[in-house]
Ligand binder design. Structure first.
Ligand code: FES
Ligand code: FE2
Length: 336
């Protein structure tokens, strides 16, 4: 098996460059119409606001006049007005009003592409997005209800945190689960890669006889990664699949800031709504179960994948996939 030490990767688990992909910025809920927020994102200070038209927009944070942070300003129409001298920038970031002048000078905010899905506002670190925003494969064409949990932080790199979900052996060692998983790899495209367990409950689990009737195929456990920074886990019996999205971003010190999003298909009517509530509550329990125990590893790991084994095959596939994706420099967002 090839050695893939991170001493030799250019993007995976590196601090100075990362995959160019949609990155979560704020939650949809915390950005109401007419609201403005400041966010530190992949080494840049951004201002994000939602215009009267309901559309979220993002720009570099500091006003081109004297550098005031625009999060102190206010939304005006679909644009934003700086708090310091009241300059107004329109929805595309063009300066279009300077109260003390008849004609506004030429000035423009550096705007960044924004998408909104699964309860999060995502920013593309580049001029033109070349990929669609993250999705949950089984629910790609459905309307969904979500519950976004509070921001969490970890001291390790987002890539390292994400591979935990396909680390077959750690389910036994860290989570004490009596399972025997084998994750098959499916490269969907150059930015999305899926892993799915192939072992049946009978092969995979000590309580197989109890579980078997609930699964027509393998013991369902799947992970779909987008842009090397976001992963959607699907787990559960045929009757009720639970979906949890992990949206991560790298902090200035090389750690992780993330959001866990519980996702379920939208159901109609009162019964549907109650069922949705119950599903989201159950998904939360499942999510907690998975998250428990890993933090202890993330706290002190100094990731160096120097001796990979056969059981690490899925992780190796993920590392290779990340390495092959277009990357940008942290903070600069220019091609690496
Ligand atoms: S610093 Fe923004 S208008 Fe002067
Ligand atoms: Fe884990």
């Amino acid at each position: 098996m090839t050695i893939v030490s991170t001493k030799h990767t250019k993007t995976f688990a590196q601090r100075d460059q990362l995959v160019q992909g949609w990155t979560w910025a704020v939650t949809s809920k915390e950005l109401g119409r007419g609201q403005v927020k400041g966010v530190r994102l992949l080494g840049r200070d951004l201002v994000i606001w939602r215009g009267e038209d309901g559309v979220a927009r993002a720009a570099d944070a500091h006003c081109p006049h004297m550098g005031a942070h625009l999060k102190e300003g206010r939304v005006d129409g679909n644009g934003i007005r700086c708090f310091f001298h009241d300059w107004r920038f329109d929805a595309e970031g063009h300066l279009d009003d300077v109260p003390c002048l008849d004609r506004a000078p030429e000035a423009k905010l550096k705007m960044w592409p924004v998408a909104e899905t699964l309860g999060l506002v995502w920013v593309w670190p580049g001029d033109e997005p070349t990929r669609k925003p993250p999705y949950v494969p089984e629910l790609e064409d459905d309307e969904c209800d979500v519950h976004v949990l509070p921001t969490f932080t970890e001291r390790c790199h987002p890539n390292v945190m994400l591979i935990n979900a396909i680390d077959e052996h750690h389910f036994n060692s860290v989570h004490s689960l009596p399972v025997d998983l084998y994750m098959s790899t499916d490269v969907v495209d150059d930015t999305t890669i899926e892993f799915a367990n192939t072992t049946s409950p009978k092969e995979a689990h000590r309580f197989a006889r109890v579980l078997q009737p609930f699964y027509s195929g393998p013991l369902t456990y799947k992970m779909c990664y987008h842009h090397g920074n976001t992963g959607a886990v699907t787990v559960g019996p045929d009757l009720a699949h639970f979906h949890i999205l992990f949206a991560l971003r790298m902090t200035d010190d090389g750690g992780t800031e993330g959001r866990r999003v519980l996702v379920t298909r939208r159901r109609k009517g009162l019964r549907g709504k109650l069922l949705t509530k119950a599903m989201l509550a159950l998904t939360n329990v499942v999510g907690d179960y998975f998250a428990d125990g890993d933090s202890q590893v993330f706290e002190s790991i100094r990731f160096d994948f120097a001796v990979p084994t056969k059981a690490d095959h899925a992780i190796i596939d993920f590392v290779r996939h990340v390495e092959a994706q277009p990357a940008v420099r942290f903070g600069e967002w220019t091609a690496a």
